[in-house]
Design a protein around this ligand. Structure first.
Ligand code: RB5
Length: 147
């Protein structure tokens, strides 16, 4: 049975190792994770997994997703094509915090070939724990929704 609280996670082959690491980190914190693949380092196209995760996140306000490919770029482009998804590519901590405070990002994208595991773990921790500020930022998100 699906856990509505679960963090939806996905990667392509280039992000697989980091996905597995982050999945273990999150489950170690007692958080539920729903894994949409990849399930190995066999080559797989990032739009396929990006779409899967994005659709699940978009279907449920408050849902959070994490997408990892080689750079994080392809995954963020793919996910942002789904309405109501605000995917933020964050390979450093400042963007991770601001993507939550100002953009209410509901998907975090990272590059498995760009950052190491410890930085990725810290980015995920900050991203999951930083609240949206609302106010003028909500007005801007409302405008995004009308694009
Ligand atoms: C796969 O080689 C690579 O292109 C992909 O993981 C990603 O970095 C695309 O943006």
């Amino acid at each position: 049975m699906e856990n509505p609280e679960a963090i939806i996670i996905g990667s392509d082959h280039a992000g697989y190792a980091l996905k597995e690491f982050i999945k273990a980190y999150l489950t170690g914190l007692g958080l539920a994770v729903e894994d949409c693949g990849a399930m190995s380092e066999a080559s797989i196209d990032y739009p396929d997994i990006g779409l899967k995760v994005a659709q699940k996140v978009a279907a449920d306000a408050g849902r959070r997703g994490i997408l990892i490919c080689g750079t994080g770029i392809g995954m963020s482009i793919a996910a942002n094509r789904v309405k109501n998804v605000r995917a933020a590519l964050c390979n450093e901590l400042f963007s991770a915090a601001l993507s939550r405070r100002h953009n209410d990002a509901n998907i975090l994208a990272m590059g498995g070939r760009v950052i190491g595991t410890e930085l990725a773990k810290e980015i995920v921790r900050v991203w999951l724990n930083t609240p949206f500020e609302g106010g003028r930022h909500q007005r801007r998100i409302d405008k995004l929704d009308r694009i």
